[in-house]
Design a protein around this ligand. Sequence first.
Ligand code: FAD
Length: 488
Amino acid sequence: DAVVHWFKRDLRQSDNRALSQASAKARSKNVPLICMFIISPQDYQAHLTSPARVDFELRTLEVLRGDLGEKGIPLYTATIEDRKVVVGHVLDKCREWGAKHLYCNMEYEVDELRREARLVRLGLEKGVAVEVVHDDVVVPPGALKTGAGKQYSVYSPWFRAWEKYVHERPHCLEEAATPLPNPDYARERFQNIFDAALLSAPPNKRLSDEKRKHLAHLWPAGEHEAQSRLTRFLEEKVHKYRESRSVPAANSTAMLSVHFSAGTLAARRALRLALANTSGQASHGGWIAELAWRDFYKHVLAHWPYVCMSKPFKYEYTDIKWEYDDDLFRKWCEGRTGYPIVDAGMRQLNSMGWMHNRLRMITASFLAKDLLLDWRLGERYFMEHLIDGDFASNNGGWGFSASTGVDPQPYFRVFNPTLQSEKFDPEGTYIRKWVPELEGVEGKAIHDPYARGAGKVVEGRGYPRMVVEHKFARGRALERYKGGLGRG
Ligand code: FAD
């Protein structure tokens, strides 16, 4: 007999609800705990998972395997090409190991919810009791309702309800116990799992050695790294977060999204420590409110699953007439639009697999409104390149910026990229870091070199002119959005 935990996007052994319950069950039955992780290349394809993200997961698995191994807990890993047979494979393994209990944490995207439902059903047929547990969010989807009993579609009242829930039910922040060591005989019995080689990335998701080294240096993997990053942030930066969070050169955000999205850090742990550390000071609320956005978008996703099917949350914007221009799209992707702040953001993404939130908003707004390209192209490009790619937050962020999502930026608010640049990167420090063609450009010319006397220099270095004039683009966007209801 044995008890199994199936790791998915919860790659940590501490404060992991399903794992903790699996461990308690194993203890109560006095049987070993076995952990598993499955790669499904088809899933990676369907979800546009970036090679950077896959690499981060694999590096994390190494850490996890070491930690579990010290407790005599084996971590079985396998690559299953066809995503439809993953559930069957997991249950077959349970039977092979004689396990009658399987635990995992719930994922809320539509494919994943269907998978969890199938897992429970098929488990019944095969004699494996499956427990699927809420863990990923602080407050489970469905727990917060408006006075009329509906799901909130506006963030502010939702946030007030979320805060109230956390305050009234402090157990939602309780730490889940870390798994206990296995009985000694487990090591011998599952030696083949301990000895098996770890997975490698599917061929179409592999990074070059150089890129892999670069990302491993920038984003060390595993839960220990996540926890020390969180501690450093709470000690050194959180008190300045509110005033500096929008300034990309200030390097003032937590840079923890990669850990939340791989599950190397539990959101409730971050909230618990932030609350304990900040003793209710207002400035700290800023960070907690950002953390809550993550829960918000997962609630949206669970309640309105059609957002997983490439449909805008606001159906009235289904028929906006977009431009389809491959060349412009490519320029946006490569950071060659001639708008320094936009180009800096895209180059940061391409280099680091991460972009500052302000830049995500600026580049997304630029794609949807200035270039008038379908926001779903940008959403897709982000997923294919972000190391922290998370469907709910990415879809929510794109919907916000393109004004097609839940609680969005009003459609008539069109970011002026040059003004955004002057406001949030006043000295041009961020731009100079990412756009080497603009390195020597001084003063305000950094925001618009061709119009502000630096044209000759930057032209010589190959920096492009603006691909579209903002004033014209703004007018065009307003017209198309207004006429979005099919008329264009
Ligand atoms: P901090 O500012 O330190 O915030 C702490 C945590 O709060 C973040 O790690 C994140 O988990 C959460 N958070 C903060 N802002 C948001 C937000 N607006 N929406 C949801 N959660 C938030 N975040 C992702 O994790 N994955 C994505 O794929 C993603 N795509 C985005 C796409 C667009 C167009 C936009 C506008 C935003 C997107 N975000 C995404 C949200 C946000 O930009 C990142 O979470 C943030 O930049 C991560 O950096 P940080 O950890 O330093 O954040």
